[in-house]
Write a protein that binds this ligand. Sequence first.
Ligand code: GTP
Ligand code: MN
Ligand code: MN
Length: 614
Amino acid sequence: MAAIDAVLDAAGVKNSRVRDFVRQWAEHTGAARVEVVNASDDARLIAEAVEAGELLPAGEGRYYSRSHPKDTARSEERTVVATNNESDKGVYNNWKPASEMRPMLTERMKGASAGKTMYVVPYVMAPPGSPLQPYATGVELTDTRTVVLHMIRMARVGVEHVNELADPDYFVRGVHVTGDLDNLGQGTPDDQRYFVTIADERTILHYGSSYGGNALLGKIAHGLRQATYDGWASGKFLAEQFLLLGITDKQTGRTYHVCGGMPSASGKTNLAMILSPDALGDRYQVHFYGDDIAWLWVDPEDGRVYAINPEFGAFGVAKDTNEATNPTAVEAIAEGTGTIFTNVAYNEQTQDVWWEGRTKTPPADATGWRDWKGELISERSEAEKDAPWAHPNSRFTTTLANIPNIAPDYTNPKGVPVDAIIFGGRTRDREPLIRAITDLAEGVYDGLTLGAEATFAAEGTEGVLRYDPMSMRPFMAYSEGAYAAHWLKIIGAAKDQPIFAHVNWFQRGEDGRFLWPGYRDNLRPLLWLMQLRNGEVTGRQTPVGIVPTKEELQLEGMDDLRADDLETILSIDTHRWRQEMGHREEHLKLFPGMPEEIWEAHRRVAAGLEAEQG
Ligand code: GTP
Ligand code: MN
Ligand code: MN
């Protein structure tokens, strides 16, 4: 006890509630020592991690880590939202009573950090001075050094964030205990892992993983699950799995901001990082604000919706990142950026890294290369020969400041005014390139019926979407009906409402090829959307929204785009859509308390489709 106090004194931790929290859990988990972390400790912690073999050098100022092979992704089945009120139970939030979860996790964590260091990571998930900052402060306790190094990149970390709180007790308490990863029965009926957010007690208890979304408590557990709950409970804001970008028209000097949700692995990071296509580069400039989380609130002064990116870094999918698909990311993870790679392939002789899609084919000379599990490529058996070198969910972690087209005002405490909210699924048919929606309830309805194709049998039936409302399915913290009502209330309070749109980069031809080249060309439908909002184009009204005519899209430089493909991605397959409406109805019926405005929007769209010819 005395030793812990001495550490907290030396680190300048003055908040007595934080001190109590640290003392309690240090004793309970049996950690051998306590260390308080500031962002300025990064270089020393990196050196220690390299010395200990937790990180391997990957060229100048870059690092490589492998997670445990049983611990490579978020686990949705083991993730729980607990509260003291059963009415918080939703369809997707895996609700459990707090009275059951707190003792269970406390028991699992007892003595589980014995012999280890417990790092105290005070952080804030907001630009400094933000009106939402009170909801953004937290302290993560973790027994894993690489988790600390990731937190320093993904959140603003330092003791100063917890010392001067208006209410010293109002911070999120996060406890991360890794446990014995060899023996947790991951994925078996005897799985020991538990990732619990006790939302109404603002406490996060995660046990049994040291990987990304399971272990960086500031990011997903606080930045999304806790924040979406706080935003609703306070009645003040929305917290969404959204990207946020800015488009400046150099001809008019106007800047537009677009935010929106796409399910995991459906292109948020890629879209957030796009550059203008070459042919439009003289006129339009795109700026990055955020690639995974946005918090939205309405400023009563001007009646506009504002969005902040609460994060400090990007945790992006490595697969297919290359100079053609995402040159911005390539630069953001170059030497000298402090980037940490996780679960890509690594060459122990040259310290090089590689992943599928980095180059067309793997390095010709396999000497020194090991796959994400650490096995030498040259010693692979015949059966393993074609296995990917990198894990499909391998990632890079870099700070926002490394992103070359980061917006000049990305730390604006207020955030930026939102012109459009988009939803993007991954759909091989039915969904056109873009369809715009001007009605609030229809826009929210569209977000609630967002989905991505079922990719394998376990996830659903062929042709039926895996619905992922607003791309928040894995992060829902309260009931979906209340969530929809909260959306209508927050955005409905804006005098100047953003336009909504649904986008799809993934339509395929019968031969399986993508009909739209995607990536930086995705700016073109967004430009059309801004023109529609400005009244400069009118588009074509359909029962599911307004779609562009082909003359309205700025297609300069797209000489390879086939006229018939363009036709397809700008048209509505009425027959297919009527089918979809039946699935949507089943989906919406799952959610008790869905506001009548949402049902009315559903019926309007359905009636419009019925009235169509064909
Ligand atoms: P999380 O970080 O897990 O939330 O996912 P994300 O939404 O950020 O996904 P990300 O941007 O990393 O994209 C995932 C995959 O989609 C990658 O394999 C990309 O190459 C691919 N992708 C992104 N944009 C496009 C596009 O415009 N067209 C095509 N065909 N593929 C794309
Ligand atoms: Mn991403
Ligand atoms: Mn995400």
